[in-house]
Design a protein around this ligand. Sequence first.
Ligand code: PGA
Length: 260
Amino acid sequence: MEIIIQPDSRHASAVAAKIVANLVREKPHAVLGFATGQTPLEMYRVLVEMHHKEGLDFSQNTAFNLDEYVGLPPGHPGSYHSYMREHLFRHINIPASRVNIPDGRAADIPACCLDYEERIHTAGGIDIQILGIGTDGHLGFNEPTSSLASRTRIKTLTAGTRRDNAALFGGEDNVPHHVITMGLGTIMDCRVCLLLAFGKKKAQAVAAAVEGPLTAMIPASVLQMHPRAIFVLDEDAASHLTRADYYKWVYENKPDWQKY
Ligand code: PGA
């Protein structure tokens, strides 16, 4: 695991955006895995800025999103279709035909999940997957006790996750109970996993995922088994890590060829 600790979320988002942009420049056909939530918003803002000011070109990329609520029409303000359109896709030149987000309104959910896995496979696999982490350690919407080998499927949200995501639904009671999410096995197949976490409320989950035991009770701990997992944190999210000084030294003393 590579742990990058930055003074604040703005600096951390800039580092994360650079990692994504470097890949897009080096591999124009890269398959990009996107996440939603509060955390990646600033990184998306920087990517949009790079598109406008530096000509960062997404025209040949393919996108896959981690998850979507079951039952929401794509136009619902709480849907991740809306989120992605609003915060990224309508501002960059990625073709709509190569944007993939699970269909929360599918009549046959198992078939829709299988089809999503097949589409990822046909696209050649995901080159980089952006990730957040839940306060309970969830990854995507893989809540605690999710199988570490799981694939895209329906999951039931915990009360805590529904509370955390209530803002766009006008109250917790309106947050759907069910979601479609890439599984932990699906995420583990991505070539690079880039996890962002900011703020004190994520500190415990981050420490458990990075320095705690590998356990389905902290789904993000599965990344300990990933060959290329990068955590980009602000000081607050890193505040429970016991080896923070070591991670900082490593990052500040990378050989030139390893720098972003
Ligand atoms: P957040 O969500 O970015 O809104 O904190 C992260 C997550 O639940 O994975």
